[in-house]
Design a protein around this ligand. Structure first.
Ligand SMILES: Nc1ncnc2c1ncn2[C@@H]1O[C@H](COP(=O)(O)OP(=O)(O)OP(=O)(O)O)[C@@H](O)[C@H]1O
Ligand SMILES: [Mg+2]
Length: 438
């Protein structure tokens, strides 16, 4: 037996356990690690990870910052005590296990670094071999939007991008995680790698596991519902219902019964009793969209529910206790409305325990290529796949996007139709609602 084998006889070399509740994150990391010839075993929680450690004796474990069943820091300490040879890394790059135990630590760091692209790109780009990788696209658009010649920017970006990637790789291999690791926070459903989107993803990951009320603010079409669904998916409630109630879509007279439920005969037309949306969300998440549209009288009742966790169905004296996490969204300046008296200030404070703001698209134009490519990829699944000419991309960057990401989807859908059989979308097919420029 070789010396290495003697030294590592207890350890299955090149075997790693990935412990994270986030399937998307696991998939990205697993594909990078397999590319580096690692055997990967995935675990959705701490207990599962522990079982793999016992049976496999892997060389390393990559731990997410949160696990649904165990406190991560405690778990990390415990497994290092049990398996002193184990290389333990946290997926956010924070120090977890102290000294390096594996000679292949740098490979793990490289996989972490490479998995930092937003997963939607990874899927989209993997499905479209030969296209430019996301890192390059970002470089390209920053240059395009910065006003450099569009004709040459593509070429420059391709070489610049690969060089940048090589630099990043060297950076990691030299032992550091580089500056881009915060992109690890990115969420599969939320495309965008700009600084405000990274910050948003970081906040989402931090608050998701808790039952804290979250108020999502942002202009129309920015992705508030995307954020709400991500919060639910990353919580311990993920397997329980996610119930949506759009306060603007239901007539005022019916909203209370819709939320709280009602007994038979509680009001004219209530021919049978009905469970409300709050009860339907028991154990899960209730997403109150357009909360600014909730009538003042109902706001008082909502506040009582939020404070007590109890509700009464309309027409019923009995109290029902439910375990619901409330997420609310608004495109209105709710704090201002509360200070003017058209929204209850106490409810505003209760909802805004953890406010998050989804940035408008015009403030993160560097996300345009990622978003556009992802939408074109989606559209390409049902019709011939179109490409965006650099000039067309530049045109998108000159617009102020009042309808944000939703509007971008519509513009691209229209462009796809307009360019008929041609594979490339040119500026002529980019029809914007108004000729407004930034
Ligand atoms: N970051 C993103 N990545 C991918 N898709 C997105 C993103 N943001 C928004 N979308 C898509 O844009 C559309 C609008 O998003 P969403 O419904 O979440 O916006 P909203 O802020 O709730 O809008 P509104 O205020 O009009 O209700 C959806 O189809 C959504 O999937
Ligand atoms: Mg919405």
């Amino acid at each position: 037996m070789s010396t290495t084998a003697n030294m590592t006889e207890q350890v299955a070399i090149r075997t790693v356990v990935l412990a994270s509740a986030d399937v998307g994150l696991r998939q990205r990391l697993a594909s990078r690690l397999k590319g580096l010839r690692w055997q990967v075993r995935e675990a959705g929680g701490g207990a599962e990870a522990m079982a793999h450690l016992e049976t496999l004796r892997p060389e390393a474990i990559l731990l997410d910052t949160w696990l649904p069943d165990l406190e991560v820091t405690e778990f990390a300490g415990q497994i290092l005590q049990m398996y002193p040879m184990l290389e333990l890394l946290r997926v956010d790059g924070s120090e977890a296990g102290g000294a390096s135990r594996s000679p292949r630590r740098n490979e793990l760091l490289l996989a972490l670094r490479e998995a930092q692209c937003s997963p939607a790109d990874t899927a989209a780009w993997a499905a479209a071999p030969g296209t430019i990788p996301p890192t390059v696209r970002m470089t390209e658009v920053s240059r395009t939007l910065a006003g450099s010649s569009v004709g040459t920017s593509r070429e420059a970006a391709i070489t610049g991008g690969s060089a940048r990637e090589q630099l990043d790789r060297r950076d990691v291999l030299a032992g550091g995680l580089g500056s881009g690791l915060s992109e690890m926070w990115m969420l599969p459903e939320m495309i965008g790698a700009s600084a405000p989107m990274q910050e948003l993803a970081r906040l989402i990951r931090m608050v998701a596991p808790r039952s804290t009320t979250v108020l999502i603010e942002g202009e129309t079409g920015t992705g508030k519902e995307v954020v709400a669904r991500a919060l639910h998916r990353l919580s311990m409630r993920a397997s329980r219902p996610f119930v949506v109630l759009n306060c603007a879509a239901i007539p005022e007279a019916l909203l209370e019964a819709e939320l709280f439920g009602h007994t038979r005969g509680a009001f004219t037309g209530a021919v049978q009793s009905r469970t409300g949306r709050i009860e339907a969300a028991d154990g899960g998440t209730l997403f109150l969209d357009e909360i600014g549209e909730m009538p003042l009288a109902l706001q008082a009742k909502m506040l009582r529910f939020l404070e007590s966790g109890e509700l009464q169905r309309v027409g019923d004296n009995d109290t029902v206790r439910v375990d619901v996490r409330v997420i609310a969204a608004t495109h209105q300046p709710l704090e201002k409305r509360a200070s003017e008296g058209s929204f209850r200030l106490d409810l505003y404070h209760r909802l805004a325990v953890f406010p998050v703001e989804v940035p408008p698209l015009r403030e993160r134009l560097e996300d345009l290529p990622l978003l556009a490519e992802s939408f074109l990829e989606q559209m390409g699944q049902v019709a011939p796949r179109k490409r965006l000419a650099p000039e067309a991309l530049a045109r998108l960057g000159e617009y102020h996007w009042p309808g944000n990401v939703r509007e971008l989807m519509h513009v691209l859908e229209r462009a796809t139709i307009l360019c008929a059989a041609r594979p490339e979308i040119t500026p002529e097919e980019i029809r914007l609602r108004r000729a407004t420029r930034l």
